[in-house]
Design a binder for this molecule. Structure first.
Ligand SMILES: [Mg+2]
Length: 217
């Protein structure tokens, strides 16, 4: 066995959140004078931190978004996730079939990740091994979060396998010296996704979670 730990991204890998999330961001930005489609939010901001995305938007707008923007978007996101969020197809049976230690490393806040995992009944499988970009200095595509997760789990980076659905996530995992598999089975994924993930450094790509146990052997 090549690995002692599997590090899962959350959004787009464990929970099928990206379509909902991109839609909420597009609605909120458009309402605040920055017209953008859910598709463009996906192309530009997927896998990056909310802070980095907001900085870029504010630089283009030439002024900051209102102070309440963060609170408003969090409230709308919570409402939509509570109503609509689903686990990624076959993730429960896949996790049950894996015997290696596992943890979560997400660009989301700890509160958001824990909430998403609770809504989809995945929380207890990972807790307390749930890590957030808010716990490190630099989020993805920097390697910091992956190195932090590996250190918390006491596993050397070279023995970690990362499952990611975004280019910044794959870039960060590779910069951490880890092997990455690119998952492109989320409902947000486009037909060219596998090629993009491979180009970013994914060793293998797959679009059905049930393939994962066999790929690890
Ligand atoms: Mg993701």
């Amino acid at each position: 066995m090549r690995y002692d730990l599997i590090i899962f991204d959350c959004d787009g890998v464990l929970v099928d959140s990206e379509v909902i999330s991109c839609q909420v961001h597009a609605e909120m930005l458009t309402a605040h004078g920055y017209p953008i489609s859910a598709e463009d939010v996906h192309a530009r901001f997927l896998g990056r931190s909310a802070r980095a995305a907001r900085d870029e938007v504010e630089a283009e707008l030439g002024h900051p978004l209102p102070e309440a923007y963060g609170t408003e978007i969090r409230a709308l996101m919570t409402r939509r996730f509570t109503e609509l969020l689903q686990p990624v197809a076959a993730i429960h049976e896949t996790l049950a079939a894996l015997t290696l230690p596992m943890c979560v490393a997400s660009s989301g806040t700890l509160e958001r990740v824990q909430s998403s995992l609770r809504i989809t009944a995945l929380h207890d499988r990972f807790a307390p091994h749930i890590f957030s970009a808010t716990q490190v200095r630099h989020g993805k595509p920097a390697p910091d979060l992956f190195l932090f997760a590996a250190a918390q789990m006491a596993v050397p980076a070279a023995r970690c396998l990362v499952i990611e659905d975004s280019v910044p996530g794959i870039t960060g995992a590779r910069a951490a010296g880890m092997t990455v598999f690119g998952f492109h089975g989320g409902s947000h994924c486009r037909p060219d996704e596998a090629a993009r993930l491979q180009q970013a450094g994914a060793e293998a790509t797959f679009n059905d979670m049930r393939q994962l146990p066999g790929m690890i052997q």
